[in-house]
Every structure is written in structure tokens, then in C-alpha cells.
Design a protein around this ligand. Sequence first.
Ligand SMILES: C[S@@+](CC[C@H](N)C(=O)[O-])C[C@H]1O[C@@H](n2cnc3c(N)ncnc32)[C@H](O)[C@@H]1O
Length: 288
Amino acid sequence: MPRTPAAKPERRAAAPPAPARRLGPHDLYELCAQYPPRDVALLRAIHGRSPRTLGEDFSAGAALSRAWVESGGRAVACDHDASVLDRASGLPGLVTRRCDVLRARDPVDVLFVGNFTIGEFHERSRLLAYLRHARARLQPGGIFACDLYGGVDAYQTGTLDEDRLGPGGERIRYTWEQVTACPLSARVVNAMHFRVRPSRGRAYALPRAFEYDWRLWSPPELRDALLEAGFRHVAFYHRFHHAEDDAGGVHVRPLEPGEPIEEAWFLFVVGRLGRRRGTARRSGVPTG
Ligand SMILES: C[S@@+](CC[C@H](N)C(=O)[O-])C[C@H]1O[C@@H](n2cnc3c(N)ncnc32)[C@H](O)[C@@H]1O
């Protein structure tokens, strides 16, 4: 199984204690599996110009979209589950679409599918249909990005524990479990479990708070599908490693063909449209 749980190796700085409120599964998901400020900066840097509108597909509570609009952009978050989108309603600049991702049509500069959710597509034909749809939503200069994990332990089963501190001083044990894994079908079933010890009151557990049945697409499979869907350039970036300057600016570079990566790796896969007339910039590793 992947050595790092599904999202975020950084440990979040403890927020000041807030009045106690029982944390629900979506609170815990956001605290333990997401770190939107990092991903907003990373996606802006990978885009490379000044992207205005983010599309977040399979958004769940749209944590990334919320951070994007707070940083001065507009966002469209799409999820077919109304209850999760409620977390994102009423924020200026953020539009929510409660529908299948294939029905969201708003044009965007960056379209993102996070936390390995591209694995929701189990058949290549469905993946391809989605990538074609994603490409059609991109404005000139736009990018599609998603993350992947893989490597030596991608098909191992087992659990990984991480501890986090909640906003009210809660001690949270987050367990990422790879329940089943089949290298022949590239299918994995993963679960997220939480145990919460509030600063006051009884501890409680949310076993199997989330479960996923994913296909682990490989980098070349996804690159080939992106090219077939009409993207002109595909590049791979480290999911978590990037440079930050003293002013907090994030600097990224695509991995070179043949460049070594970790034996258990996390990548961003980025598809770009062709160049616009009159723009000379070339980004990413041309592969087609
Ligand atoms: C793993 S969670 C989202 C992760 C989130 N993108 C992140 O970065 O942490 C997957 C979400 O996708 C939604 N979903 C699954 N299939 C969908 C579809 N075909 N169209 C829209 N939403 C879908 C589910 O309701 C769920 O909220």
C-alpha cells in the first residue's frame, strides 16, 4: 500500500482551540486528507500564467474551490452528492454544480480532480469520455490536472496511521487502509477510518467513514488517454515536492523523461491544450 496516506504528508499546524463541536466525517476528511493552500499554489504555478477560474470535479465539500476563491479567483465545484456541496454554498465567486461530472459545462482555466479520484473511472472508454469532456471545458491556455499514486507498495494491503490535531484541540487518529488490491485488474478498495479524542468529553470513532473502489491508472496509461482525448502536451510533476521562495512563491518543473522518481510515488499528471496563436510559451514535456 502507499506509504503516505491519500493526500498530505505535511502536518498541519495546530489551530487555536475553538468551542467544542463534534467533528463529522467531512470535517475529518478535510483536516486529514486535504491541504488546499498548497494545491492552489501548485496549480497556479503549473498553469504558469494567471488562471482565473478553477473547476474542481468530484469536489466533495469543495475545499480546494473555497481556498481558490479566497485567494482571489472564481471556482466551479461539481459533485453529484448535494449534502457535501452544502459545505460550499453561499461563498461569493464559488458556483456549485450538483450533477455528474459529465454534465458540468462551465468553462475553466484549471480543471482539477484531486485525491486520486480519477480512479473512479474503471474502464478506459469512460475515462476517455471524461477527458474529452474535460478538455472541452478548458479556456485557451488551460490545464487539466489530476493526481496518481503508485510504485512498489501500490498493491500491498494494510493500514497507515497518522495523528492530527483538530481545531478544538481534538486528538485525531486517521487510518488509511488499503483493504484489497489486485495488480491484474489494477483495482484497489481503500477505506478511511477516524478516531477522535476531544479535549473534553468521550472519544468516538468513525470506522470506514469513506470507502473507495478505484482503478489505479498508470502514468503512461493516463498520458496516452489525455493525448487521445485531444490534449497536445502531457507532463508529470511531483505531487508534493516543489520549491518555495522567501516570498512564498511556488516554483515547479515537469519531470524529465527518464528522470528517477521515488519507488513509491505520488504524481500530478497535467494535460495542456495546444498553444494559442501569438503565444510562444511551451510548458511541460511534449509527448505527442
Ligand atoms: C474522493 S471524494 C473527493 C475528493 C476530493 N476531490 C479531494 O480532492 O479530496 C469523491 C467524490 O466524488 C463524488 N463523485 C463520484 N462520482 C461522481 C460523478 N460521476 N459525478 C460527480 N461526482 C461524483 C462523490 O460524491 C465524492 O464526493
